[in-house]
Design a protein around this ligand. Structure first.
Ligand code: GLA
Length: 701
């Protein structure tokens, strides 16, 4: 071990669930008898789940019959019910009204539509927050976030916990045996709006959490480095959440608060799950994640072990011209969190969302492509927010499966077409995506890398990861995007860009991987600190110096508009964001800085370790530079089939066969060099198979 790392503090220490890892009792949707769309040709997971959030409580009951009729017409077989219906189910503390929900579940069941039943705890009713205003979340400046929106609860509030668990008990008792029940859906997007609360309630809970992590105040003082700026704590009561302060806050305090906040939500998830497992041990439990470019609020790797299946909500950002790359990365990340197994796309949008500055509509072909990309990358469910477009409320301009315009609309026809596509693909469920490359994406490293008072404030962890991912996407190489702690032995290539914070165990795993013959790439500002955010002394990149065979004694970040020229055996190009005066020990220099603050020093290196290689990029290379590095790194790892530019290719492998998905993101016809039966049309194809402009083919081989 290089650097001066501490022994990892929390990996393996459990709060009832293992700290990281895939679902430990993996279970799929329990399809009820008579499920609409179930057919003999289904794969091991049954049909592909197709449906969305269904909020019948927002509509007069006369509409419900039309809802289920149209759901059947579209091929919908799963509806998520009850997500925001707490106030309707429990209009006051002593009144429960389940009659309407009984009728909804019965109606869905009669129509062969399975139910993903929410615990309904996401948004507490006004009577609860009025009675217990101390349960409201508070922002870092002390502003109380009130009722009138949604998710107005502080994760550690005992009042909220008690009231929500009472509701979950009621739901589980009443519907545990309902024939429509296929799975449970805990809360909704935990942490979406209330992920960091600085309330008095959280202050108490934070201290309790810290006391578990650091048995003594001395230990906390050491970990937080409180000798700095006179921050020493002499009593636990003095320790607070990192509220707004006159200066930079203590970084370890901020990091621990992020960990604590993730754990506080996990406690709620765990508490609800325990109730559900107690009543219905065989019914799978999930909660919908938000794995997408702009959300880093919680460490999902610590949530997955206690879930039965992983589900995700994914929304595109309208300003992203290559949003299909971000979508692929998020899908690969969700699969990584699921341990490589299939997962559910729990929410996406059929067209526009309602929460971006400009809510761009999604062309019909894109909706189809995006949905089938998720399937290609392991989703065995394609669901949307929401079934019927609302006519009131803050999301009335959010798209839905059934738009305001009704069924005489292009969107409705696209949704019906998608239902038919998913039916045609039903045999793929249960098959697994094949990948030989992993990209480590770690929420803790993300939090830490973007803390303040760093050499550069413009490094964006997820964006830099995506830049490297992009090079792999361009080559058609499928990547498992995995959390820390994942067994790397099944991969040939691993990328870990900007892994600023690295635990000792992860650094050791990389060493083992490379010495075992793997190829690893890491970049500048990696391996720098241990899990307490303490610098690993002796030169950069701390934990990885020996493995990479390099050493730098200074960071030389670049100004936002600054570029540096690099050249060498990999070609010539530019770097941005960073440069380091890298001296090599026994590493080979592949690119050198031609100018800039580190002129003459190595910019990209490769060390040979046994039959493995450890690559280092000390600057953010331009696209051509990243391409050159990735070409070297891949050394023989290829796409599952050759395809023309802009055609995305992914392979799923199951007991019954292999399924090659080819998705054409361009507006001209493309080709994939593969053959087989095309599942969407039933045609027999010989290589090369045409992939229509903007279209998709799925070949069974
Ligand atoms: C999230 C929520 C939904 C809805 C959508 C809108 O995914 O879970 O309730 O608000 O966003 O995009």
């Amino acid at each position: 071990m290089t650097g001066n790392g501490t022994t990892d503090r929390t990996d393996g220490a459990t709060r009832g669930w293992d700290r990281t890892g895939p679902p430990s009792r993996s279970r799929w949707i329990r399809w009820p008898e008579g499920t609409h769309n179930r057919a003999p040709g289904d794969g091991p997971h049954g049909p592909i789940a197709f449906g969305g959030d269904y909020n019948p409580e927002q509509w007069p009951e006369e509409v419900w019959a039309e809802d289920v009729r149209l759901m059947r017409e579209a091929g919908v077989n799963l509806a998520t019910v009850g997500v925001f219906s707490w106030a309707r189910i429990q209009p006051d503390p002593d009144t429960w009204d389940f009659a309407w929900l009984d009728r909804v579940l019965d109606l869905l069941h009669e129509n062969g539509i399975a139910v993903d039943l929410a615990t309904a705890t996401a948004s507490p009713p006004a009577w609860l927050t009025t009675a217990h205003p101390e349960m409201l979340p508070v922002d870092r400046t002390g502003v109380v976030l009130g009722q009138g929106g949604r998710q107005a609860w502080s994760p550690s509030s005992p009042h909220y916990r008690e009231a929500s668990l009472r509701l979950v008990e009621q739901m589980a008792q009443r519907y545990g045996d309902h024939p429509a029940l296929a799975m449970w859906h805990v809360s909704n997007e935990l942490g979406c709006h209330n992920g960091r609360s600085y309330s008095a309630v959280e202050e108490v809970a934070f201290r309790r959490w810290l006391q578990e992590r650091y048995s003594t105040l001395d230990e906390l003082n050491a970990a937080w480095g409180t000798a700095f700026w006179s921050q020493h704590y002499g009593a636990w009561d003095e320790v607070q959440p990192p509220r707004a302060a006159p200066s930079f806050l203590n970084p370890t305090q901020q990091l621990d608060f992020a960990r604590f906040s993730s754990d506080a939500l996990l406690d709620q998830l765990r508490a609800e799950t325990e109730v559900l497992h107690r009543h219905t041990p065989d019914v799978p439990v999930t909660t919908n994640f938000m794995v997408m470019s702009h959300f880093s609020g919680v460490d999902y790797a610590t949530w997955t072990p206690g879930l039965d299946l992983v589900s995700n909500d994914h929304y595109l950002m309208a300003h992203d011209a290559e949003s299909y790359v971000e979508l692929a990365l998020s899908a690969d990340h969700t699969r990584g969190l699921a341990g490589g197994g299939p997962w559910m796309l729990m929410e996406s949008s059929t067209s526009a969302v309602s929460w971006q500055p400009v809510n761009a509509a999604k062309p019909a072909e894109q909706l189809r492509r995006n949905s089938l990309t998720q399937v290609a990358r392991g989703a065995d469910a394609v669901c949307f927010f929401q079934w019927r477009a609302a006519r009131s409320g803050a999301e009335k301009y959010h798209s839905a499966m059934l738009p305001h315009a009704g069924t005489d609309s292009e969107l409705w026809r696209t949704v019906v077409g998608l239902g038919a596509d998913l039916q045609a693909l039903r045999e793929v469920t249960g098959s697994r995506v094949v990948a030989e490359v992993a990209l480590v994406l770690d929420y803790e490293a993300w939090w830490a890398a973007e803390l303040d008072a760093h050499p550069s404030a413009v490094l964006r962890y997820r964006d830099l990861a995506q830049d490297w991912y992009r090079a792999l996407w361009d080559r058609g190489v499928t990547v498992d995007v995995v959390p820390r702690g994942t067994d790397l032995s099944r991969y040939r290539v691993v990328l870990a860009p900007l892994l600023y914070l690295v635990r000792d165990a992860q650094a050791e795993a990389f060493e083992e991987f490379v010495h075992g013959g793997g190829a690893l790439l890491t970049t500048f500002f990696s391996g720098i600190v241990d899990e307490d955010d303490h610098v690993r002394l002796g030169g950069y990149p701390g934990a990885f110096r020996d493995l990479l065979g390099v050493r730098a004694d200074e960071f030389r970040p670049l100004l936002p508009e600054q570029t540096v020229a690099v050249s060498g055996t990999l070609g010539a190009g530019t770097g941005t964001l960073w440069s380091e005066p890298v001296r090599t020990d026994d590493a080979e220099v592949l690119l050198t800085y031609d100018d800039g603050p580190s002129a003459g020093y190595a910019a990209v290196t490769r060390a040979t370790r046994g039959s493995g290689h450890a690559w280092y990029a000390g600057t953010h290379l331009d696209r051509a530079g990243r391409d050159a590095v990735v070409d070297g790194l891949l050394a023989g790892v290829t796409a599952p089939a050759e395809a023309t530019d802009g055609v995305e290719v992914v392979l799923r492998r199951g007991d019954a066969g292999e399924y090659l998905f080819a998705i054409n993101h361009t507006d001209t016809d493309g080709q994939v060099h593969a053959e087989g039966t095309e599942l969407l049309t039933g045609a027999s194809c010989t290589a090369p198979t045409t992939v229509p402009a903007g279209g998709v083919v799925v070949l069974r081989r």
